[in-house]
Design a protein around this ligand. Structure first.
Ligand code: NAD
Ligand code: MG
Length: 381
């Protein structure tokens, strides 16, 4: 029995992780769940999965949850202290990091130090603190298993291959709902349009990030850390059907890819049972029906978010933190309809231009760079 903690259990990845648990109750057991403020959903999950602990980020939500589940054996915790406590539970084997945003840094580091394997969905953590997390993974002898579909595909395409023979990583991107748009067309984009992804159903923040291609930018850096690749070794390939989830090209020219229907349950399940593969009740790819797949070069002039990510990646140090934090803030302003769509790029670009990167920031310095970035944006927008 593998015992799991899910940080972000009420979200898109969190609920799909629980779908996997539901299918494999004889192999997976939930010991703790954590979420932001959705009390109703958390209560449902507690009654179904009986975790020892449940954490709500929001204090009021925690109080409300405490009252509503007082008849169960689940202990309710709150805030960062709660997240830290469940990340290091003696009983847990693996922590699924499905929180959104760089708030995941501290719990992830604590979990690694406590010897837990990490199933990582929370890419913002790796983008901002990869230089801390990757060596720590090695030092603590734990596994870091990617949940992001592209990174799971890359990971699967590397199975049994010599790492030193990799020439490049081909990171696929759907191109989002605005693929092919001009700058003039992007300027007119509204919130409701940006919230419609053609192939995937995901949380709001990553849906916006996919439309701006900032998500792909974060994934370039995520791949850099996970697979020890330099920016020039990672090539983004737009592939609108999202059937090829990513590929690896080797020195002899061979390209190995992982394909499948777009469904996050597969990478989640693969991360939870790695190195095994267990059956999944799911639609299969039908190549007769597919007939053709398409590929394009990304338009980084129009979708500046991807270009800025490469700039941040080359610069390194605290620059990826500023790229990420500026985007988190900009997306939150866009979701509140306080800024226009193209201002997302403007905000990221000006925060990066105003920031002097420091090399190898520690956690305090990463959080300080985030705070600086928020202040910078708040004073101007
Ligand atoms: P979501 O918004 O659907 O869910 C986020 C979850 O985190 C919710 O349960 C929310 O309550 C919780 N949460 C938010 N802030 C919290 C806090 N401060 N403390 C505790 N819990 C908090 O997001 P999502 O789409 O599931 O994405 C989660 C992460 O996975 C992101 O980093 C995203 O980039 C990554 N990811 C998602 C997908 C996907 O298909 N949804 C695919 C690849 C990677
Ligand atoms: Mg992805």
């Amino acid at each position: 029995m593998k015992k799991i903690v899910i940080l972000g259990s009420t979200g898109s990845i969190g609920t799909q992780t629980l779908d996997v648990v539901r299918a494999y109750r004889d192999k997976l057991q939930v010991v703790a769940l954590a979420a932001g403020k959705n009390v109703r959903k958390m209560e449902e999950q507690i009654r179904e999965f009986h975790p020892q602990y449940a954490v709500m980020w929001d204090e009021k939500a925690a109080d409300e949850l405490k009252r509503s589940v007082s008849d169960t054996g689940t202990q309710v915790l709150c805030g960062m202290d709660g997240l830290m406590e469940v990340s290091v539970l003696e009983d847990a084997d693996v922590v699924v990091t499905a929180i959104v945003g760089m708030i995941g840094i501290r719990p992830t580091i604590a979990a690694i130090k406590a010897g837990k394997d990490i199933a990582l969905a929370n890419k913002e953590t790796l983008v901002t603190a990869g230089h801390i997390i990757m060596p720590l993974i090695k030092e603590c002898g734990v596994k870091l298993l990617p949940v992001d579909s592209e990174h799971s595909a890359i990971f699967q395409s590397m199975n049994g291959e010599p790492k030193k023979r990799i020439e490049k990583i081909l990171l696929t991107a759907s191109g989002g709902p605005f693929r092919g748009y001009s700058k003039e067309q992007l300027a007119k984009v509204e919130l409701k349009d940006a919230l419609k992804h053609p192939n995937w159903s995901m949380g709001q923040k990553i849906t916006i990030d996919s439309s701006t291609m900032v998500n792909k930018g974060l994934e370039v850096m995520e791949a850099g850390w996970l697979f020890g690749a330099a920016p020039e070794q990672i090539q983004v390939v737009v592939h609108p059907e999202s059937i090829i989830h990513s590929m690896v090209e080797y020195v002899d020219g061979a390209v190995i890819a992982q394909l499948g229907i777009p469904d996050m349950k597969l990478p989640i399940q693969y991360a939870l049972f790695y190195p095994d593969r267990l059956p999944m009740q799911q639609k299969r790819l039908d190549f007769y029906e597919l007939s053709s797949l398409h590929f394009e070069k990304p338009d980084m002039e129009t979708f500046r978010g991807l270009k800025l990510a490469y700039d941040a990646f080359y610069k390194g140090g605290s620059m990826p933190t500023v790229y990420n934090a500026a985007n988190e803030k900009a997306v939150s302003l866009f979701l509140q309809q306080k800024i226009s769509y193209l201002e997302i790029y403007e905000i990221i670009g000006s925060a990066m231009a105003a920031h002097t990167a420091i090399a190898s920031p520690d956690v305090e310095q990463i959080l300080a760079a985030e705070a600086w970035c928020y202040e910078f944006i708040e004073s101007r927008w």
